[in-house]
Design a protein around this ligand. Structure first.
Ligand code: AMP
Ligand code: ZN
Length: 314
């Protein structure tokens, strides 16, 4: 009888991810916080990250978007209306807080003393971590929007519960979104019209870019149908770059997404003509672009090609 050793399957992609992660940690670009996909950031990371964000904002300056900033948590009632929990329950996360009395506190401390988990002593606080930064805007524009439509510039924290050792897949990250709410035509124009500029911006950073139909990780069996619909209806495009070369699929570092009337319907937003408003978002994944730059050019920005440094005003 032959006994086969259990093997840990480590693919070329796993190895490539581990190598990039190790480089970013060893070269002190990121700091491991002890939970997969959660990192502290050092000066060199922030330097490049700020340059990426500034270049992204400059590329959208002509939109004259209204600037809005929101906290990293959103009220449960607002989160409900986005329907996120129907599509991505596995990525969603909520805030809990302690609301008990002294007795409950003693029970919590006793459990903690026994080395047990104590979070079950906390109660849901009617707050969700924001998985996408544009969510709170739709509730603010309920009603009739102006004839020409609305443009917003929104950047903030996003949380998605997708722990991973791939440094391109974080649990807490930031996206800078340029959101338009208007008619079916203007929303489609917002999504499609900016694709060439976004592509050339990212290519100007020395990244190899492909624009492909998105295939979001909708949850479960119904999710497979939703994902197929998304591709077939060509609703969302992603700007992908081959961070790991031939070892794996290219990673999305930005996206251009047409929601059609999804938010217009949920949040009762109407155009000046009385139709349900449509919306579209252009999103720059700020950490992903930054890490793709370190992956492509190395961890010392001073040694990056001159044209890349120029594009980023570094
Ligand atoms: P999405 O709303 O999924 O299109 O996300 C917008 C952008 O955020 C994507 O194009 C990515 O660049 C970025 N992003 C999404 N998920 C993550 C993640 N887990 N870690 C880091 N960046 C992410
Ligand atoms: Zn959005």
């Amino acid at each position: 009888m032959t006994i086969t050793e259990p093997t840990t399957v480590s693919t070329a992609l796993d190895r490539a991810r581990a190598a990039l992660r190790a480089t970013l940690l060893e070269d002190r670009v990121l700091i491991d916080l002890g939970s997969p996909g959660l990192y502290g950031r050092t000066g060199v990371f922030e330097h490049v990250y700020a340059a990426v964000d500034t270049a992204a904002v400059r590329s959208m300056a002509d939109l004259q978007s209204s600037v809005l900033r929101f906290p990293p948590v959103e009220p449960l009632a607002a989160f409900e209306r986005t329907d996120y929990i129907a599509s991505f329950p596995d990525l969603a996360a909520s805030i809990s807080a302690f609301t008990g009395d002294d007795r409950a506190h003693r029970a919590l401390l006793a459990a903690r003393e026994r080395g047990e988990r104590w979070e079950s002593f906390l109660e849901p606080a009617d707050l969700m971590l924001a998985p996408a930064v544009c969510h709170p805007v739709y509730g603010l524009v309920t009603g009739t929007i102006p004839q020409q439509g609305l443009w917003f510039d929104i950047v903030g924290d996003s949380f998605r519960r997708e722990p991973s050792l791939d440094p391109m897949r974080l649990q807490a990250f930031h996206m800078h979104e340029f959101v338009h709410i208007g008619t079916p035509d203007s929303a489609k124009e917002h999504r499609d019209g900016r694709i060439p500029a976004m592509r050339s911006l990212l290519e100007g950073f020395g990244l190899e870019i492909d624009v492909v139909p998105a295939n979001d990780p909708f949850f479960g069996r119904v999710g497979k149908i939703l994902a197929r619909n998304q591709v077939e209806a060509s609703l969302k495009y992603e700007f992908v770059t081959p961070v790991y070369g031939d070892a794996g699929e290219a990673t999305a570092i930005s996206s251009a997404n047409l929601h059609e009337d999804h938010f217009g319907t949920s949040f009762s937003i109407t155009t000046a003509d009385g139709e349900t408003a449509h919306s579209a978002c252009l999103a720059f994944g700020l950490e992903r672009i930054t890490i793709a730059l370190f992956a492509a050019h190395g961890t010392d920005p001073a040694s990056w090609p001159a044209d890349v440094r120029r594009a980023l005003a570094l």
